[in-house]
Design a protein around this ligand. Structure first.
Ligand code: LLP
Length: 438
């Protein structure tokens, strides 16, 4: 992927930096982000939308990987930003992300979050439910402000990566259902609120999706809904946000499309379906997360112990695991890896890569072909840029790794490795529990 290659020493090199040098400089486990590849993905989205001739915003879904450097990079590339919590919003604002390009999501925004986002003058709230609609109107009125909103609707298309369930999606915690009329009701109510400016609707059908059909189905449903809303309520949508979910290649056999192909399929569908009903084609917003950062991330681990069970399996343990990458344990996600210090050697054995947490489910990769693995080898797991650091934990009080951006032969720490002090910084021991002498 991206700038990764095997160099003359037979080492994996990313962004022009030898992985063994990264280990020496920054230690392991280490999240390495190929900055050039992230920038290329941002540009592919922007260029493809520009080519469509439609009005658009590409909002990076920060949940995939939200740190200040990433927010700053997304801002620099002209993207907008999707945040889902006060923490993501705070990170973005601290990074200087232009507030008017921030969109606030979430199915249970608190009063504090709403006030914080209003005070920051963010660009848009994606309103999820009736409680939020009333709360936002009340707070906006209180502050004498006009607020842009989209309403999140469930279009009745749900992608389970490879399949689409196109019956109702009524059973979802998110959004207003189009199928049962709730979305109509919400539009009618929203359009009457004096402090809310209804820009349009938002729909998100799933994540890690390879085909375009689901997006096309969603566009069609939303277009039909837009037409019905216009007819019955005389309300027109200026914006349609189609969410994220564009798939990436984690392992051989994954068959994602190019970014430009996803964008073209969507923008063509928008032109067709909206033109068909004689509707002014709305601005199209999307929210890619995984497809911006996923393939750009590599996690470097040092191999420690191994356990060979003859005739059964060989376990090889690394110095990280489910604390830095919970996805295999949570979703049975598959990853590929190479020995970064011997990337030119042929595979000689099949091993299963275990983490160091105290539970059997802490496995990163089952049945991986590698050269003869030794303690001290450097294992590079590919495609860890999305939903790894952002979902990392301190389980077993393991410190979170550092994150390094590499580009043009240089590595810069964008998140420093946690310290022991970080681990206990919020701990307090009440007076009644006698503190033991250290
Ligand atoms: N917009 C909305 C409203 C979303 O809910 C999501 C993801 C996105 C955009 C970005 O989707 P992406 O382009 O990254 O697929 N933790 C899971 C993924 C959860 C995705 C949740 N929503 C994982 O590790 O696979």
């Amino acid at each position: 992927h991206g700038t990764s290659k095997i160099n003359a020493q037979g080492h994996l090199e990313i962004g022009g930096v030898d992985a063994t040098v990264l280990k020496e400089q920054f230690g392991t486990p280490l999240y390495v982000v190929d900055e050039q590849l992230v920038r290329e993905r941002c540009r592919e989205y922007m260029d493809a939308f520009r080519a469509s001739g439609l009005g658009f915003q590409v909002a990076y879904a920060s949940k995939a990987f939200c740190v200040m450097a990433m927010c700053a990079l997304a801002a620099e590339e002209g993207l907008s930003l999707d945040v889902v919590s006060d923490g993501e919003l705070f990170t973005a604002l601290q990074a200087g992300f232009p507030a008017e390009r921030i969109h606030f999501h979430g199915n249970n925004k608190t009063l504090e979050e709403i006030e914080m986002a209003l005070d920051a003058e963010i660009g848009c709230f994606v309103v999820d439910n009736f409680n939020e609609l009333h709360l936002l109107q009340a707070v906006a009125a209180d502050k004498n402000r006009k607020v842009n909103i989209l309403l999140r609707v469930t279009p009745g298309v749900e992608a389970h990566t490879h399949e689409y369930i196109s019956t109702g999606q009524t059973d979802s915690k998110f959004g207003f259902d189009i199928g049962n009329g709730t979305a109509f009701e919400a539009i009618e109510l929203a359009s009457k609120q004096s402090n809310l400016v209804l820009l349009g609707v938002h729909s998100h059908i799933g994540s890690q999706i390879f085909e375009v059909e689901g997006f096309q189905m969603a566009v069609q449903r939303v277009a039909e809904f837009a037409a019905a809303v216009y007819e019955r309520l005389n309300v027109a949508f200026k914006v349609v946000n189609l969410g994220g979910g564009f798939g990436i290649r984690y392992i051989n056999g994954d068959t994602p499309l190019e970014v430009s192909q996803y964008v073209k399929a969507i923008t063509d569908a928008v032109k067709n379906h909206f033109a068909q009903i004689g509707y002014a084609v709305p601005e199209i917003w999307v929210e890619p997360g995984r497809s911006i950062v996923g393939e750009a991330g590599t996690t470097l681990y040092t191999v420690g112990t191994s356990k060979d069970i003859p005739g059964v399996r060989k376990y090889v343990a690394v110095d990280g695991g489910m604390t830095d990458n919970p996805r295999p344990a949570l979703y049975e996600s598959k990853y590929e890896a190479v020995l970064a210090n011997r990337a030119n050697e042929a595979a000689q054995e099949t091993v299963s890569v275990a983490g160091k947490c105290c539970e059997s489910g802490d496995m990163l990769i089952w049945d991986l072909d590698l050269p003869k693995v030794q303690s001290g080898d450097l294992l590079a797991v590919a495609c860890t840029g999305a939903y790894n650091y952002s979902m990392a934990s301190n389980y077993n009080r393991i410190r979170r790794p550092a994150v390094v951006f590499v580009k043009d032969g240089q590595g810069d720490v964008v998140v420093r490795r946690e310290t022991y002090q970080d681990i206990i910084q919020n701990d307090l021991v009440p007076e009644r529990i006698a503190k033991q002498p250290v």
